[in-house]
Design a protein around this ligand. Structure first.
Ligand code: PA5
Length: 423
């Protein structure tokens, strides 16, 4: 089970990549300085809080036994990692699988928008269900989860009474700061900590990701093992062998060459939200001081029928990164009633033929294509991929001279929003 990187269609030469040795080493030194106080994610897979880890498992067990639906409330880094993992690892049609056949509660998400339609319909959908809430917010003050929690808590109080509802509410927030921490302590909700030195988009391996993931019945031990192996494998700065560094170097060179958009592409719909997680990781880490590559996401083969033309022949401001899942857990032999070209083949064989055909067609028109090959979908490789991308993103950020862990621009719209609310 592994991750591979193929730069053979990227248009980059080996010498160019190796010439970044000095820059990469400087980035690595910056990363290790720890002066930003935001690199707790680096050692997390080895140094996580064991006591809290076992509490996560116990809480997940209680959630599984006591509800049909777990509503996870959070936004940005406090939602995307868990959503990505759960989508990857779950049945694509779990929503229509009979409840009696399901071992785990259905996981629904709230507080990732302020849509009254979404939240009213969520309330309607869970009217006759047994529900638990998991509210995740590091700051404890973010508008969307704050509002959704208030709305859903009211529903819980009506359904169960305040005391019983309290046993069904789980909180993930800062150790000591913020209104959510105060409320959790005051109301006696079971609570978990997002460590101070881990920012939202780097927090999927903290309880922010692990609690909902464990409640969905996914093996979090394997995820941590994958991340720990990633920490070991991607350590150092050897540009000849370290694929995490090679990916950072390739992105740096393509950025310099004017390729300002990176399109993440996956041919497996289960990977869609992993792509959304990537967008946040890279977008929020790099997009500052007028710099950065804009991360975009396309779902292939679907989007080949809407965006394929642009990619092949439109303005070449982008490069492609294919997240290629090599093995499939389930496959279907295509019946003989299909067109002759497909008969006797499996769907996976055809999907893989498209992957290769498209990459060759694009490379033929000089579009840089990077391949990240993932041998299969598994919790172990989810953990390893998380570490791979987090480390590569942080290194590239320092290579381009920005701090990959802050997000000063996010505050600006929030200030304007407050003004509007006061008007
Ligand atoms: O990466 C980030 O810092 C953000 O995306 C946050 O995760 C997001 O804004 C939610 O913040 P909080 O967890 O404080 O509610």
């Amino acid at each position: 089970m592994n991750i591979g990187l193929d730069l053979s269609r990227s248009g980059l030469g080996e010498e160019e990549i190796l010439s970044l040795r000095g820059k990469l080493q400087a980035a690595e030194r910056d990363l290790h300085k720890g002066e930003e106080g935001f690199n707790g994610w680096m050692t997390l897979p080895e140094e996580y809080d064991r006591e809290e880890y076992y509490r996560i498992l116990e809480a997940a067990d209680r959630i599984k036994k006591s509800c049909d639906v777990l509503i996870v409330i959070g936004i940005g880094g406090s939602y995307l990692g868990a959503k990505a993992c759960i989508e990857m690892m779950s049945h694509s049609f779990s929503a229509v699988i009979e409840e009696s056949k399901r071992k785990e509660p259905m996981i629904l998400f709230a507080g990732q928008n302020i849509s009254p339609n979404y939240h009213r319909e969520l309330l309607e959908a869970v009217e006759d269900k047994d529900v638990c809430l998991c509210v995740i917010s590091k700051s404890g003050t973010t508008a969307e989860p704050n509002i959704a929690f208030a709305v859903l808590k009211e529903m819980m109080y009506e359904k169960y009474g305040r005391k019983e509802a309290g046993k069904r509410i789980f909180v993930v927030t800062d150790r000591s700061k913020g209104t959510l921490r105060e409320e959790a302590d005051r109301e006696g909700y079971e609570s978990f900590v997002i460590p101070e030195d881990i920012g939202g988009r780097y927090s999927v391996l903290t309880p922010a990701g692990l609690l909902p993931i464990a409640a969905a019945g996914i093996d979090i031990e394997d995820i941590i093992k994958g991340a720990a192996d990633g920490a070991e494998e991607f350590r150092g700065t050897d540009l000849n062998t370290n694929i995490c560094c090679r990916y950072a170097a390739a992105r740096y060179l393509l950025d310099k060459a004017g390729k300002k958009i990176e399109i993440y592409e996956c041919y497996e719909p289960k990977m869609y939200f992993f792509g959304e997680w990537l967008k946040q990781l890279f977008g929020e880490s790099e997009g500052k001081e007028g710099k950065g590559i804009f991360p975009a996401l396309l779902q292939f083969t679907t989007d080949l029928h809407s965006m394929g033309q642009f990619i092949q022949e439109g303005s070449q401001i982008f490069f492609e990164t294919v997240i290629n899942i090599e093995k499939t857990e389930k496959d279907i032999r295509i019946p003989d009633t299909a067109a002759p070209a497909f008969r006797g083949k499996t769907m996976h064989q055809v999907n893989m033929a498209v992957v290769k055909g498209v990459a060759e067609a694009h490379a033929d028109d000089k579009i840089p294509v990077i391949f990240i090959d993932i041998s299969e979908i598994s919790p172990y490789l989810f953990g390893k991929m998380v570490y791979f991308f987090e480390r590569s993103c942080a290194l590239k950020g320092y290579m381009m001279g920005i701090n990959p862990f802050d997000q000063p621009g996010v505050e600006k719209y929030k200030a304007f929003m407050k003004e509007k609310l006061n008007e």
